[in-house]
Design a protein around this ligand. Sequence first.
Ligand code: 2RA
Length: 337
Amino acid sequence: MYENLAIVGATGAVGRLIRQLLEERKFPYKTIKFLASKRSAGTELTFNGATHTVEELTPDSFEGIDIAIGSTPDEAAAEFAPWAVKAGCIVIDESGYWRMKEDVPLVVPEVNPEAIENHKGIISSPNCSTTQMVVAMKPLHDAGKIKRVIVSTYQATSGAGVVGEEDLIEGAKAVLKGEAYENKAFSHQIAFNLIPQIGSEKYEGYTSEEMKMVHETQKIFGDDSIKVCPTCVRVPVTNCHSETIMVETERPISPAEARELFEKTDGITVIDNLGAGEYPMPKDCTNKNDVFIGRIRKDLSCENGLTFWCVSDNLRKGAATNAVQIAELLVRSQAAV
Ligand code: 2RA
């Protein structure tokens, strides 16, 4: 039985949400421990009505633990995951470190749940901008095989952590008062601005965030022939990433068929009535677990093209919710044995 849990990075923004989701979704467990760096160890937190003291993450932290959900920086994930695997624990990792390793399944439960069967101790959850896109792509790919995607992202400041949100709020106050503000997360002012760079320069003029969207999408669908052309942009929105997604499929999919496919898919909510001014917006999608889709229409520039707007809570479905859903899959797969 997978009944002893650990949350690694328990005091961070995603760690907090993982706790909240385990409570909300009544995740079954016998014991749970909360782990963090030395700096946060000793912090007290409440989970399901009980008070827990956060423990320092060490090589011995995983004795007797069945599933660990980790939301830590890459360097910490590189170090702690092998400790956990050695102790016989399955790691669900939110960091970027393990995602593209050959032996590590990269899983979005709505898209490739079967991939968890191939794990060798570590299962990765994708980058937030990829996750919402592949959930939206899945029903279209099943119906008409996607050959090509052109995606532009409008990514919220919460994707860069608490300091990202601070750069937006405090930076906006400073601009309005005509005062100077020193950015903590971003290399440019984000208030009243857009920054067309997320991550570092990586390949042929594309950034690391953009190349994640290319490689992770191909890995999740197990299909390197899907071509992805991304542009990732940071926008002055506190939470929820938005994306314009154009897909070219092998056979034409009409907007009406696409709407029906999206509506039938678990994890997708369609809000699409342009005449009434109804479409998903970040302020309405925050704190929700679904991927929201609107503005579904034919692409006017290519024969089998379809284009739409997609919004999702990057800290929930883009991170915490996806990880908890993977843990739920593991529990269900064991119950089925
Ligand atoms: C961002 N995708 O929004 C990143 C977070 N993983 O910055």
